[in-house]
Write a protein that binds this ligand. Sequence first.
Ligand code: 5GP
Length: 118
Amino acid sequence: MADEDGDTIFGKIIRGDIKGPPFLHEDDKCIALKDIHPQAPIHFLVISKQEIKTIDSINETQKELLGHMMWVATKVAKDQGATNGYRIVVNDGSDGGQHVFHLHFHVLAGRKMSWPPG
Ligand code: 5GP
């Protein structure tokens, strides 16, 4: 979901327009915060600070951001106590099941994941 200007709930959270629980991580490129509707005992999101709608729209000059966000995902997963593995998911576009059109990774842990995903 996004306004006509492309702003989403994640843009508002990052700018501090909406107050919520403290971020699990913040740096100049991304934040991590707990998902409001957790699908596992540990479920947090790594969200880019740049307003990028989809991973598919990433261009070559932005590609290092993806590696950085993946690295943050692994760091925060450890901090959150994901000692037995975890799953990192990007829902992209309509068929990918994306709802918030602002680049983010889901990190899920604390239960056994099934495959294939639904
Ligand atoms: P998507 O379907 O776009 O991959 O995932 C969006 C995720 O954002 C969902 O898991 C949803 O629960 C989460 N979410 C939506 N609004 C909020 C919010 O205001 N705060 C937080 N922490 N998570 C949100």
